[in-house]
Design a protein around this ligand. Structure first.
Ligand code: GP9
Ligand code: MN
Length: 690
């Protein structure tokens, strides 16, 4: 009997406790409605952003970033309880707006760069105005505005609460108690999140260079917070970490000789010749040797390819600095910086560059580009790179009739440039010119100015009655990819005219021409699928069961981002197709060998020495060799040859890539090519101590 009573008592207590707990929870919800809606709005937005930008099963099933988001917004939101009356709502609203803005900006940014935004790029927003149309047309889409809807709901919800007298006004004690409990809850959730992290996740979070990976594991809010720290960090480390950086840098180059220690069949073959470099905007490998109905997209480049040296496995290595990153890597054989861009953040450093080394050999060096001189901070950075003169927009006659896309049309730009080069050649017996084109820039929408170039597909079909009929299917007409080919066709025509005019003026006789695409054209992958799998009869993508269907995956897309590189002389001194995998950072050592200069600190190699052993490292840590493309973001790869590869190969290349990126970044941030850098670093430390 006694036992029964005890059991009953125990059951009763448990029940009462449960009722109390349930009441507690329901009371909590009743008492904190606005706060809960705020948390939901912010977490829903960040989750939507991840789903829209990285639609993978792994991402859909991942709870970690949601826990991280809840922790961040709860901790930040907890401070709202310290505010009296309506101010609590205002505080939450401000943060809800900030979080929504983070999602909207990142959504738009991802469309453009396939990456997440960094505050270190804020100093570059002045350039966005310049490419404003391109950005609006390309980037801002309805999906980027979806994040505003939950925010509107939050505002509406507050007003409903206020109208129905349900917006709580707490006493001072209650407010402080609520703040304490909420921040504690946030902290507990944060601890739960942290203990689930692996060491790899922690190390990648600290480095912050693999942005997709971080957002996928840590959520967008933690990523952005970490990004702020990471963006300020270079400025602080530039003050403090000098000794370690110098040590790592010295060790990295310890095995290098001060003078070039080899010769090959290309050594000094172009010594003393003039050099004309064409930095061809968005010229992507897919355009080369492509035809539409028998018409070549790039007849002029194709001709030069046949007459000169053509590198058909050549990749640009750009980060967020796009054109400017290529200018850095081409000119210095260094990699783009891990935060911000070298052109904007580190223009005041010392660089060992192709123009400066050629200047030492008596060359006059110049660059030409018909855009605003401050775009990408070129005015300052081209000087740091050793160009004697930068011919920018103000030195060209630009009138409305001659404008296509972002500015002066390539045809007009080249025509005026030839006149300038004529004058330069009269004054200087050796010159090196770096010429940057502009027309072939995204969004490729000025199609009526590119000239006729149909991107249709003509084909013969057999009718049911056996008769044959020629049809012209629309194919790529009306797509961005199609418009791109029209734009490239124009850019190629402009190049053809340029070389004709140069030749007529006798300016090609003793000249080496180097042409390369500066980076890919950021074209949608879905349209590549259409290009490779188009069925002109149905005017649609072929069925996947079709035996001619080409499986086009994300690796194929990465590999298709390659760009052309051509070295050409009128006398045909060099010829042939080079298939070695090569990157923008290999150009300086390769042409250095040909022109007779050497840079001990080049990160790339003379391609004719390294040949098939080369590795092209990308700023995000991905890399490609002749055997595989490795995606370090996802830890996945695609084999490019029928060769089995062991884990060791991947580990070694990953280490190589990481080291190279690190050394390159430190060399720039700490100004390690500056002979006085040590002294300057010491001065900074001393003045800090004072
Ligand atoms: C701007 C042009 C384009 O002057 O070089 O720059 P991008 O958008 O390709 O970096
Ligand atoms: Mn560019």
């Amino acid at each position: 009997m006694k036992k029964k009573i005890i059991k009953f008592k125990y059951k009763l207590i448990k029940k009462l406790k449960r009722i109390k707990e349930e009441k507690l929870i329901s009371n909590y919800f009743k008492d904190n409605k606005l706060f809960i809606v705020y948390v939901l709005v912010c977490v829903i937005n960040s989750t939507l952003l991840r789903f829209f930008t990285m639609p993978t099963m792994e991402n859909y099933l991942s709870f970690k970033p949601i826990i991280a988001d809840i922790a961040v917004v709860t901790i930040i939101g907890s401070f709202s309880y310290l505010f009296k009356g309506k101010k609590r709502y205002v505080y939450l609203l401000v943060w809800a707006i900030i979080f929504t803005a983070i999602c909207t900006i990142n959504s738009a940014y991802y469309t453009f760069y396939t990456s997440f935004a960094s505050v270190s790029m804020l100093s570059l927003t002045q350039y966005i105005g310049e490419v404003g149309d391109a950005v609006v047309e390309n980037v801002l889409q309805i999906k980027d505005l979806v994040y505003i809807l939950p925010l509107i709901f939050f505002i509406y919800y507050y007003h409903r609460l206020a109208k129905n007298d349900q917006y709580k006004i707490y006493t001072k004690d209650k407010r402080f108690k609520k703040f304490k409990n909420t921040i504690l809850t946030g902290a507990v959730i944060l601890v739960i999140f942290i203990v689930t992290l692996s060491s790899l996740e922690i190390s990648r979070f600290v480095k912050q260079w693999n942005r997709e990976y971080i957002v996928m594991r840590f959520g967008i809010y933690m990523y952005q917070g970490n990004d702020i720290v990471a963006s300020i960090q270079p400025k602080i480390t530039a003050m403090f970490g000098y000794d370690d950086a110098k040590k790592e840098f010295t060790e990295y180059y310890a095995d290098r000789t001060d003078e070039q220690n080899y010769t090959n069949k290309y050594t000094d073959i172009f010594e003393g010749r003039n050099v004309i470099v064409i930095h061809a905007e968005s010229m992507q490998g897919i355009a080369i040797n492509r035809t539409f109905n028998g018409e070549e997209v790039t007849p002029n480049l194709n001709k030069m390819i046949k007459e000169g040296l053509y590198f058909d496995n050549f990749y640009s290595q750009v980060s967020v600095g796009t054109s400017s990153d290529t200018e850095l890597t081409y000119n210095t054989s260094l990699m783009p910086t891990q935060s911000g861009t070298a052109f904007v953040s580190y223009f005041d450093r010392t660089y060992i560059s192709t123009p400066s080394l050629l200047k030492d050999k008596g060359y006059y060096t110049f660059s030409m580009h018909a855009n605003n001189a401050d775009f990408w901070n070129r005015r300052a950075m081209h000087e740091s790179l050793g160009y004697d003169k930068f011919y920018s927009k103000e030195t060209y006659d630009v009138d409305d009739e001659n404008v296509i896309g972002l500015g002066l049309s390539d045809k007009e730009f080249f025509a005026q440039s030839v006149e300038k080069i004529k004058k330069i050649s009269e004054k200087h017996d050796k010159y090196y010119g770096y010429i940057i084109t502009l027309t072939n820039h995204t969004p490729f929408s000025d199609t009526d100015k590119y000239g006729e170039f149909p991107v249709t597909m003509k084909t013969t079909i057999t009718n049911e009655d056996g008769t044959q009929e020629e049809v012209e299917a629309p194919y790529l007409e009306g797509t961005k990819l199609g418009n791109y080919f029209k734009s490239v066709h124009y850019a190629d025509e402009a190049l053809g005219e340029f070389f004709n005019e140069m030749d007529e003026a006798g300016l090609l006789d003793n000249t080496v021409v180097i042409i390369f695409g500066d980076h890919d054209a950021r074209l949608p992958r879905s349209e590549f699928n259409l290009m490779y799998n188009y069925d002109p009869v149905t005017d649609d993508i072929k069925d996947e069961d079709d035996p001619t269907y080409v499986d086009y995956d994300s690796f194929d897309y990465e590999l298709d981002r390659k760009v052309p590189l051509i070295i050409w002389t009128k006398d045909g001194k060099v010829k042939g197709q080079i298939d070695y995998t090569m990157g923008m950072y290999d150009v300086m050592p390769t042409i250095g060998n040909m022109l007779g200069f050497y840079n001990k600190y080049a990160l790339g190699h003379d391609i004719f020495e390294i040949k098939d052993d080369n590795i092209v490292v990308f700023p995000n840590g991905n890399w490609v060799t002749n055997l595989m493309y490795y995606n370090s973001q996802k830890g996945e790869y695609k084999l490019l040859k029928d060769e089995i590869i062991d884990e060791d190969y991947i580990t070694k290349n990953n280490e190589y890539a990481e080291k190279l990126l690190n050394v390159s970044n430190k060399a720039i941030v700490f100004d390690l090519f500056n002979p006085n850098s040590e002294e300057e670093a010491n001065n900074k430390t001393v003045s800090k101590e004072n």
